[in-house]
Write a protein that binds this ligand. Sequence first.
Ligand SMILES: Nc1ncnc2c1ncn2[C@@H]1O[C@H](COP(=O)(O)OP(=O)(O)OP(=O)(O)O)[C@@H](O)[C@H]1O
Length: 681
Amino acid sequence: MEKSARPRTALNECVKVVVRCRPLSQKEKNEGYEEVVKVWPERGAVQVYNPKGEDKLFTYDAAYDCTADTQTIYDEMVRPLVASVLDGFNGCVFAYGQTGTGKTHTMEGTPDDEGIIPRAFRHLWAHIENTASPDVTHLVSCSYVELYLEDVRDLLSKDCKKLTIRGQELNGFYIPEMTSVVCRSAADMVRAMRAGNRHRAAGRTDMNEHSSRSHAVFLVTVETAHRATKRIRVGKLNLVDLAGSERQRKTGASADRLREASRINQALSSLGNVISALAENSPHVPYRDSKLTRILQDSLGGNSKTIMIANIGPAAYNYDETITTLRYAHRAKAIKNKPVRNEDPKDAKLREYQAEIERLRALIEERRAADKRPKKAPRPKQPQTQQPDNSEEDTVSIEHEHILAESTIEQEKCKTEELEQLIKSLEDRLVQGGGGKDLLNNLNETQIILEQRNMEIAERKKREVEMQQKIDLEEETTAIVTNTFATLQQEVDHKTQRLKKCLSKYACLREEMVEQREAHDAERREHEALQAALLAALRRRLLVADGFVPEAGRAHVLRLRYNDDADAWQLPPARHSGVEPLTERPLASGARRPMCTLALGPAPARRRAENLLDLQPLPLPATARRYTPPPPRAPRPQVAVAVADTVKKEEVRRGGGARARPATAATAHTRLGTAATAGVR
Ligand SMILES: Nc1ncnc2c1ncn2[C@@H]1O[C@H](COP(=O)(O)OP(=O)(O)OP(=O)(O)O)[C@@H](O)[C@H]1O
């Protein structure tokens, strides 16, 4: 995402929305879930059976059922958009939907059914090779970034370095430091995509074996220079595979997965808010709320032609999520973008390269011209007779000059070769046709014609869908308008019918409202559960901080503020907060180890230094029972009394063990808080 020039004049163009429904998965079949989604491809409509009330019907630019392959979606919807990118427009295709509904399947695909991203690569290169001529030069580069836990990571750099989004809402956001790889073929681009995918965060959840845990954006930049017009067009194509929204109870997420899910849902909820604000023409669009919406700013309501692919699953089990996806997708249809052709932007790399090549060529010419200029004639040898003493010296100096001149020439040659090498490497990055024939080898003409035909068919199909939708709508309205009433009774009947229709619509809307409230409540409950989990984690950290951060530094830690622009925690100036600035590094409180408040309390002094939590040793549970005197009996014979006295004396001599031990046991049980205490006491 490089900084792009703002559009000057632009025609509004709505975001195109496509729905794709995947087949029931094996797991869903095994568990016996019903299908509740019916797709009407010829009408671009999706119908969802509502177990509680009336069915829901949504219409889109196109709708595909589980029998449709990615090739069809590409030809009918994406191909025209990629053609626009080649013409200098910005384009964006993004897949949206619940986890496990086929976003990655649609964007990246499988070895049997390639996804939209590799298809777009092949389409781009087929066009470039087809239009190759000495008058047209192309430069194609790509970048790949992911948004993982609100960090933007460069998937094409070795160590996946973290990147910063710069810019402002007004002029657009951009990522200045991301790696940009120059490509010379579709295979190069596929290689870059695979290299990036190896770094991408993925994991297993109960809903998807290979769930993407990050939002990924593959950016392709195509620069085209025409020699005749001396203009450069720059088209940018964003191919976005979003992570899926998920419910914790369904995915069974815990620990790290839960943390990822919370960030994914947070970013998607910001995206939903941006879509809603744009659809309602709200004066404020909250792009700043998340990094995802900043990255997608141009694609939603900006300078771009955009296609949203909403992926859904057919199972009844996912009814709520399917309806939510379809509602967002329906809302996105109202978003108006302002695409303009990017002509001669300041940051065009192609112009930079061309200027550099020109400069190097001029340098070589200069050097060659200098080489051809007549060299200073070597000094004529003085006749030996005139200066017999200097003759040997002169010969040495002439030879020396000769060697010097030769080495200079050699150096010059090396430099010229170096420059030529540099020009070659720069030219290698650019794709230029040498008459067109060589490059056309890769692509036979029939294939091009076939693709054009496919595009025409797709265009016709699209028009058919639009017409069908219009006919449906008009049929409904004309039935009402053209009705002439012969009698008053007829008019009453008709109006009653209309009233009934209105009432049923009203009931539908009410039902929708109730459903939305329920969905909202469910979401709130999930947020609350998540908040509780996060609070618990925070408390634990605070406790550790209490123990390890010295008193003097604590006030400064609390003053730290997160700066979105710098993407870092910063300490605001001390004068605003009234906290004394730290002049020296604070020391721990002097003990061998840091301590918590609890440890400063009644804990035994011997253990204070290591007492972060309450680490008082827990006494062992009692091992002896309390002595209960036997009930009084009738007096015994004298011998028995004597024996008993001896036993008693022996007990007293041992220190009254039976009485002393129960006391210890009572303390232990009191600390342990067990029910046994009552018995002991
Ligand atoms: N149209 C389809 N036809 C056949 N199988 C599909 C289709 N769409 C998705 N699948 C299968 O469904 C499973 C989940 O798909 P995928 O990983 O693309 O979902 P996802 O939406 O990207 O999920 P997540 O958001 O968790 O990354 C995969 O096994 C995939 O092969």
